[in-house]
Each structure stands twice: as C-alpha cells, then as structure tokens.
Design a protein around this ligand. Structure first.
Ligand code: ADP
Length: 488
C-alpha cells in the first residue's frame, strides 16, 4: 500500500512525548511489512538540519486557504536506520523555535492557522511527489482538518480518488479547540461550521473534525477505545465517538527495539540483557553518581513524564514522605506545570541524598533512568497507551501503574503466590491505593530478591516488538480500503 503518515512530531527530529516516538517507530514497522510509506511533518527551528542531513527539495510552493496563499518550502531526509522518506514543511508560521509552545512555555496562539497551513501543504507535497496514497494516516488534532479537505476540496482530484483517511487519537484530552475567528481566513462555508460538522459549541474543534470526517478512527489501546466513549474520559467528544464506534479500533503501540533496548542502547553506561543483570546494577550505581544521590542499595524509583494533571503527580506528592519512609530513592525527569515543579523541588530539598528532581527534557537521562531504576511509576489519571511502562519492562524496571487505558492493557498485577503478572497495579485514583501498590513492590524488592529477579527477567522477555501490532494495523488499513470499494 501507499501510505502517507502525517504527524506534528517525529523523533528524533522533534519530540515532546510518545507521539514523537510512535511517529518514527510505526512507519519503520509498516515499511518492514513491505508497504510504501512516507512521513510528512513540520520543520520547526529546533530540528537540526545538519545532523540529520535534511536537504531542501523545493521552494516557492503555496498552501492556499480562503484568499490567502502561504508560501512554503519542503525538505527531505530519511528516518535514521531506515529507508523511510520523511518530508518537512517549512513556512513562516511553523518555522519558529518550538513545536507547540514559545520560549516562555505559552501555547502559540496562531496554532489553528499553523496546522491548517501544514495540512494544506501536505496535499501540495503529495501532488508534487505524484504520490497516490491508499491511506493518509493522521495523528492527533494538529492534522484533524485534513479528512475534511479530502472529502470536500480534494474529493474530485484523481490523485486522491482512492485515498482513505485513518485518524489516530493519541490523547483526547488535547483537541485543538479555538474560537471560530481564529480560522476566519480559511473561509470555510458556514454550513460546515455548525455542531454537525466542524463546530463545537460555536468554536472549531480540530479533533472533532477528524472524528466526523475520517474513514476509520483508531486509538492506542483497546481499553482507551472503550474509555473515550464515556463521559469520564471523552472530554465532551464521547457522543461523537459513540456514533463512530463501528469504525473505531484500539491497537497498542509496539516499541522500536533499535532505540529502546538495554542490549544495544548507546546512552547507557553498561549494556545488559535478561541473562545477565550485572550491567543493570552498574547502570544504577552510575545513575546514582550522575544524580548526586547516595550510592545505596535502596530500591530506586523512577518517573519520566510531562508534569501534567493527567499523569497523577499530585497523588505521588500526597504520599511522598510516606513513600520515602519505605526506605527508597526517587528520581524524576520531567517538565510542565510550574506548580508541580516547585512542589517536587521542595521534596528534593527535604531528602537531598535520596531524591533527585530534574526539570528538563533530556533524552539521554531518560534512557539512563529506564536502565538504572528498579521501579517505574505511572499513576496516571488516564493513559491512552503509555510507552514508558513498556520501555521499563524491556529494561527490567518493574512498573507500578494505575489500571487505565494502555497501562491496563499492558501491565497485569503481580501475584506473589503464583508468580504471575508483570507489575503492580492499583485501580482507583487514590493516594492510599497508590502507596499500597508501591509498598507491595518495595517489599518484594527488599524481602524476596530472588522472586524480584525472576519478575525482572520475565518482563524483559515479553514481546513488545511491532510485529504483532503492525499486522493489526495492516488489517485496519485493509478494512478502510474495503469500505471504500463497498461505497463505490
Ligand atoms: P505521553 O506521550 O503522554 O507524554 P508516553 O509514556 O506515551 O507519554 O511517552 C513519553 C515519551 O516521552 C517517552 O519516550 C519518554 O521517555 C519521553 N519523555 C517524556 N518526558 C521527557 C523528558 N522530560 N525528557 C526526556 N524524555 C521525556
């Protein structure tokens, strides 16, 4: 199949979270299945042209909307360690420092137009390349208007006559809702701006537009596919999702084992595998030294996360001192809400030998924490898929998670009697339940080192490769195409 994969971030070029990782791992997996897949993404100033050998392909192209014609250029390169072509759109809207926020951490107020010009440029690039997509695969709200234009302005174009759109919801908490005035220049006819189409309480909602107009909708775990149809998790879109439930599929991501793998990871101090965990012990000592923690054999608990309400840091903070009383060390890497940063920093001051709070975005340190920590926390309020719990397991770092979304699909609670399960799970968003799960993990670590080691080895040998999910994806694409033929 010819697949055009469209995403606002693609690692290692640009990344703020899981979307970046998936946007490079997924296309590689589809290429391995023999598909002809290309990626199109914005070129932000943070993207390093030289390092990744990104070259100008064409300039003086125009993305048009309403009466406006936005001049743009596009560049090209390949995903590292693959043949997958990637094209970068550069225009004056997109080519500023950050991806979504400016240097003060404020959202770019013109993001509706930024991402409108991006998706309008995508059509032009596909035309320039003569790329006839069977599937245009879109990701999250930034790409949400493309299915609308595919079904309206581009519906009669020969290049797109057999194209189907697949839209993946990575996080329904971020929908791209803006006042209608922000896209006035697009001159979208009024009939499309009501609540049956692109509108949402007299605003525009990019994610809703995609839910309304894409041929197939997917999300990133089967549990999250159920959850987003409920009021609690749907963020106001539950009814629209329910209406499309026949076209909704939940598939958990795989992991790019060329990037996240303790056997080969170039960012960690010692490589290791499940047959020999000595290297992991050395990684722990080196991590303790890098972070300025006491080199002790207390269990080291790690978190790598966006500091957002979604991630449940408030629950950790509520029981922080009780957790430290269990005789543990704690390392956090994250950026986000300032209030959480400040509260966490206070905890570091209180426990200087055992707590390390790192307010930064640091890929190398993220790999070092996955390798050096013993336990990994994800007490999320909701978690569409979650990658860090999967990375943790691959690195022999036992996850403690709340039972939601992808965490529920990938982590089964440990049963000490039967020695089954692959982590420690708590059900309710509740600080006592959280502490209880951490206590169970710490107790097993301290009191039953042999059982702990067996658990580590077992989770390291679970199969999180893309093989299985890439095949499920292929089926979804096939369904989209069959649906197309039936309609004709
Ligand atoms: P989400 O996409 O909701 O942020 P995921 O668990 O799916 O959460 O993915 C997070 C990804 O972002 C992982 O690759 C993680 O290592 C990375 N990450 C998050 N915060 C940081 C940070 N401060 N520094 C480095 N990597 C980070």
């Amino acid at each position: 199949m010819n697949i055009a994969f469209i995403s606002a971030e693609v690692a290692p070029f640009s990344k703020t979270g899981g979307l970046g990782d998936v946007s490079s791992a997924f296309p590689k997996a589809m290429e391995n299945l023999g598909h002809n897949i290309i990626i199109i993404t914005p070129l932000y100033k943070v993207v390093d042209l030289e390092k990744y050998n990104i070259k100008l392909e064409m300039k003086d192209l125009y993305a048009t909307y309403g009466n406006k014609a936005e001049i743009f250029e596009y560049y090209s390169s390949h995903l590292p360690k693959s043949e997958v072509p990637i094209y970068f759109v550069k225009n004056s809207y997109l080519y500023r420092d950050g991806i979504y926020v400016d240097e003060d951490g404020e959202d770019y107020s013109d993001s509706p137009i930024r991402f409108l010009t991006f998706i309008k440029s995508v059509f032009i690039i596909l035309e320039q390349l003569g790329f006839e997509p069977d599937i245009i695969h879109l990701n999250d709200w930034h790409t949400g208007l493309l299915p609308f234009y595919l079904k309206t302005e581009y519906s009669g174009k020969k290049l797109f006559s057999k194209t189907r759109s697949v839209f993946t919801i990575h996080n329904i908490g971020y929908q791209g809702i803006y006042p209608l005035e922000t896209i006035e220049d697009a001159e979208i006819p009024d009939v499309y701006l009501d609540d049956d189409h692109l509108g949402f309480y007299e605003q525009i909602n990019y994610m809703k537009a995609a839910i309304r107009y894409s041929d197939i909708i997917t999300t990133v775990s089967s549990k999250y596919a159920e959850e987003i149809q409920t009021k609690k998790f749907g963020y106001g879109l539950e009814h629209f999702i329910q209406e499309r439930s026949d076209d909704l599929y939940g598939i958990v991501h795989g992991v790019d084992l060329t990037v996240w793998n303790p056997k080969t990871d170039p960012h960690i101090k010692r490589n290791y595998d499940s047959r020999n965990l000595k290297g992991k012990e050395e990684c722990k000592v080196l991590l303790q030294k890098i972070l300025g923690l006491d080199v002790s054999d207390k269990p080291l608990i790690g978190i790598i996360t966006r500091l957002a309400t979604q991630k449940g840091l408030d629950i950790v903070l509520k029981k922080f001192d009780d957790m430290m009383d269990l005789g543990v060390q704690f390392v956090l890497l994250g950026t986000g809400e300032q209030i959480l940063e400040e509260k966490l920093k206070r905890k570091e001051k209180k426990h200087p030998d055992d707590v390390s709070i790192n307010i930064a975005f640091d890929n190398e340190l993220a790999h070092q924490i996955e390798a050096g920590a013993d336990i990994f926390l994800m007490p999320s309020r909701y978690e569409p898929c979650g990658l860090n719990q999967i990375y943790s397991m691959i690195y022999g770092t036992v996850p403690v998670v709340r039972k939601t979304g992808g965490l529920s699909d990938t982590v089964l609670d440990y049963d000490e009697e039967k020695e089954e399960g692959n982590g420690f799970v708590f059900e309710r968003i509740n600080a006592d339940d959280f502490l209880e799960a951490v206590t169970r993990a710490v107790t097993l670590f301290k009191k039953q080192p042999e059982k702990w080691k067996k658990l580590q080895k077992r989770i390291m040998n679970l199969d999180f490769s893309w093989k299985k999910s890439a095949k499920q994806w292929q089926k979804v694409y096939e369904l989209a195409i069959i649906k197309n033929k039936k309609k004709k």
